[in-house]
Design a protein around this ligand. Structure first.
Ligand code: AMP
Length: 508
């Protein structure tokens, strides 16, 4: 089975139903809706145009596009052609873009006219001249010429389950980004796992403000909806007022977002005398970065809705989830999704008992096999157990609750602070700091310290002036003194990537 076979199950339920409803509320694109049937027809027309431009089975097609219906069409067209889609973060500029284009060597780059200036800088300069470029704003002439060829049976170059479907570049906070190769089977494993774990239904409507170039919007959002035959209300970006309006008037049953979005919703709803209860909503999900327990609880206090937090990665799709029916515990990512196996090990790779902190290792049908053209990086990212099973080293530090089995993520292993020989998990200190009145966001990083080797330093975003003496007294009552920040730095905002993840390397 390939992904198109999976999407056919969703489509054939009701081909005339709306698959994508797109509104560019602040931009020039206006509104466009596509039914499942129309989406397939468009994808096949585009696939014929791709073939005319030289795209063959196994070739890469890179998408450097914002959220818009053409993203979905171009992606499905890529799969129709048996090719491999490479989504590119729209915030990327010359260096990042050149790296990905030179590494993935796509046969075709799909863009919109608005990106032309960025491309003019690099095409022919950093990137070889052989790359074909197609603007979705000027696609019609290509489609007309290709129309005749599109009347085939759609099975031009059917991919097999083990063929690559996507190469997704990691956000690369520790060096140049690597392309994780995801096969149809890998993505299928995540999607089918989520469909059952979150009880997806055909009449679900997902409000999706997350970028489609990232695993959260693309795989958790778009793929599940297409597979289920559910509708996606796709947005170019998050708009707090519009979101509240849509969710409180029955415009959606599902909402997927990142923690910074929930923080903004809590800010907005906190100002309302009677915040809406979002009665028609079935599920609010959060992931891609840690959701502070404070925000989780505040959202429930305001709306009566308990967010479901889950954990995934570009390389693995989704790994852990709080239960759909069962207790959702703030500050945890729950338990492994169906078919995902996890271990927590110490630095020597020995399994740790529940309750102890170590690195999380994963295996399962969802876990990628390799980084694109990087056998060395691939080899360094896996270990084998005595049975020959291959485990992915996630680089995430975790602890499992001995009673519930729920896992808490403690931060990336390279962000662990070792001060005077003692381990400090930044997440624990950050969660504590945000319980102090007036502190809105906190990021704790290790900085060189002559006495302790490394010392924790806190970057704080505050709603007003805070009394540092009082904060120190508060902290001393909450955590062991060696974990407390040695210095405080007040900042207007924290540097974050497109998914709202704090970029700690930039703070350091
Ligand atoms: P990405 O590949 O961009 O999806 O980033 C994956 C990383 O995001 C993971 O390895 C985690 O470090 C982090 N992450 C994802 N979900 C969560 C979560 N619910 N809580 C804490 N960290 C998360």
């Amino acid at each position: 089975m390939n992904l198109l076979d999976l999407f056919a199950i969703g489509r054939e339920r009701e081909p005339g139903k709306k698959a994508v409803e797109f509104v560019d509320s602040r931009g020039p694109l206006g509104r466009r809706d596509l039914t499942f049937g129309a989406l397939q027809q468009e994808a096949q027309r585009w696939a014929a145009a791709f073939a005319r431009m030289g795209v063959r089975k196994g070739d890469r097609v890179a998408l450097y596009l914002p959220n818009r219906p053409e993203f979905v069409i171009a992606y499905l067209a890529t799969l129709e052609a048996g090719a491999v889609m490479v989504p590119i973060n729209l915030r990327y500029r010359r260096r990042e873009l050149s790296h990905i284009l030179n590494d993935a060597e796509p046969a075709l780059l799909v863009v919109e006219d608005a990106q032309q200036a960025v491309l003019d800088e690099i095409l022919g300069a950093d990137v070889g001249p052989g790359l074909a470029v197609l603007s979705v704003d000027r696609v019609e002439s290509w489609l007309d010429e290709a129309d005749e060829e599109a009347r085939g049976d759609g099975s031009r170059a059917a991919a097999r389950g083990e063929d690559a479907a996507l190469i997704m570049y990691t956000s690369g906070t520790t060096g140049t980004s690597k392309g994780a190769v995801l096969s149809h089977n890998h993505v299928l494993a995540t999607v089918t796992g989520l469909l059952s774990a979150w009880a997806w239904q055909a009449d679900d409507v997902l409000l999706l403000p997350l970028p489609l170039f990232h695993t959260h919007g693309l795989i958790v959002g778009l793929h599940c909806a297409l597979a289920m035959g559910a509708t996606v209300r796709l947005r170019t970006a998050f708009d707090a007022e519009e979101t509240v309006e849509t969710l409180s008037t029955g415009g959606a049953t599902l909402f997927f977002a990142v923690p910074t979005i929930y923080t903004r919703l809590v800010d907005l709803l906190g100002k309302e005398k009677e915040p809406p209860k979002f009665k028609g909503m079935r599920l609010f999900c959060s992931g891609s970065a840690p959701l502070p327990a404070e925000v989780h609880n505040a959202f429930e206090r305001l709306t009566g809705q308990r967010i479901l937090e889950r954990y995934g990665m570009t390389e693995t799709g989704m790994n852990f989830s709080n239960p759909y029916a069962g207790p959702r515990v703030a500050g945890t990512v729950g338990t492994p999704l169906p078919g995902v196996f996890a271990r927590i090990v110490d630095a020597a790779g020995t399994d740790l008992p529940a309750g102890e902190e170590g690195e999380l290792l994963l295996r399962g049908s969802n876990v990628f096999d390799e980084y694109w053209r990087a056998p060395q990086k691939t080899a360094e990212s896996f270990v084998h157990d005595e049975l020959g099973n291959r485990w992915f080293l996630t680089g995430d530090l975790a602890r499992m609750d001995p009673q519930t089995g729920y896992v808490t993520l403690l931060g990336r292993s390279h962000e662990l602070i070792i001060s005077g020989g003692l381990n400090i998990y930044p997440r624990e200190v950050e969660e504590m700091l945000t319980t102090f009145p007036g502190i809105e966001e906190a990021a704790v990083v290790g900085e060189p310290d002559t006495e302790w080797g490394e010392a924790p330093v806190a970057y704080l975003v505050c709603s007003g002036a805070i009394d540092e003496g009082e904060l120190e007294r508060y902290c001393r009552g909450q955590l062991a003194s060696y974990k407390l920040p040695k210095r405080l730095r007040f900042v207007r905002e924290l540097p974050r990537n497109a998914m709202g993840k704090v970029q700690k390397h930039r703070l350091v």
